[in-house]
Write a protein that binds this ligand. Structure first.
Ligand SMILES: [Zn+2]
Length: 261
């Protein structure tokens, strides 16, 4: 069994073949597909997908790149949904900070991140973190807010060793490894040789960040197997062992046994 811990399968890129794409993932033994939310507009699309595919499990949260003028109203609506029916969700995500595209809302991003982290702590849910050009800011907030109850994943982790060590010291956090690990110019493979497998979960971030050999094309959940294959090369263990360990990590982190698939 494999688990795609981060996939935007409600995206319009899948409008023509969504069910077939999910079937291909199922055929490749990718059993759970975890759906990070983006903003209020993506919620109905995500809900529709989860309603028809029991292996698609929702997260709830406001993506930092979508923190705009109306961020507080967006958070109010998400908070209402989340607290009305927390059992529907496997995580608060994706949340975090993104200072790559735009720094206009840096203060709002920080407040939004803190508010969503506190939801997760209150509900006992993990957080799925998006960090782009923002490790110092995110780690400052987590240094302040981390406690024994907080857990989560740094999705699409591509940071350096010092940052990985800092994150793993929190105690409840995993690194989410996706297609970037298969890219020739990535330092990630070298870094992972120093990081134990017990700290990793795998993901696609579909439809983005497609692994080799399909880099540049649309990504989909079946391709998480190429991430597992690359990890098998890096760690010199079988793909089955990679699947077993990373799936166990994901089931524990997201408490996936709660969801009947
Ligand atoms: Zn994402």
């Amino acid at each position: 069994m494999l688990i795609d811990t981060h996939a935007h399968l409600y995206a319009e890129e899948f409008d023509t073949d969504r069910s077939e794409m999910i079937q291909r993932a199922t055929d490749a033994k990718v059993n759970y597909l975890l759906l990070p939310n983006i903003d209020v507009e993506s919620i109905p699309k995500m809900e529709a997908l989860a309603a028809t595919h029991s292996n698609c499990i929702q997260m709830m949260g406001l993506h930092p790149a979508y923190v705009k003028e109306d961020w507080e109203q967006q958070l109010d609506l998400m908070e209402k949904k989340l607290f009305e029916n927390p059992k529907l969700y496997c995580a608060v995500g994706e949340i975090g900070m993104d200072l790559y595209w735009d720094k206009t809302f840096i203060d709002a991003q920080k407040i939004a991140f803190r508010r969503q982290v506190s939801w997760a702590k209150e509900l006992g849910l993990p957080i799925a973190i998006h960090a782009r050009e923002a490790f110092p800011e995110i780690l400052e907030i987590l240094d302040d807010m981390n406690d024994a109850s907080l857990k989560g994943v740094f999705h699409c982790f591509t940071g350096h060793e010092q940052i990985a060590r800092h994150i793993l010291k929190y105690g409840g956090f995993k690194l989410g490894i996706g297609g970037v690990v298969t890219y020739k110019n990535s330092h990630l493979a070298e870094l992972l040789k120093k990081i134990d497998l017990e700290h990793l979960v795998i993901e696609t971030d579909a439809p983005y960040l497609t692994p080799m050999p399909f880099r540049g094309k649309r990504n989909e959940s079946e391709y998480v197997k190429y991430v597992a294959e690359k990890l098998s090369d890096i760690y010199h263990v079988s793909v089955d062992t990679i699947a077993e360990i990373t799936s166990k990590n994901a089931v524990e982190l997201f408490q996936l046994e709660r969801f009947k698939i």
